[in-house]
Design a protein around this ligand. Sequence first.
Ligand SMILES: [Zn+2]
Length: 66
Amino acid sequence: MGRRTRDTVTVACANCGGQDAIQIEITLPDDTEVRFNSCHRCEHRWWEAGSSVIDLNSVLEKARRR
Ligand SMILES: [Zn+2]
């Protein structure tokens, strides 16, 4: 069997319905935990914080803040 990659889980893609999009947890400098999701089938990428989808711009904004 394959190795499990640390901190990576697979999720369903909201765009194409694929079941093998990857999700990576990232903690921003302001301690906000966000999750980056990426689907390799349709190239759909999205970010989540808590239970809601967030805009990439707000991620970048938080990352920029110190
Ligand atoms: Zn997809």
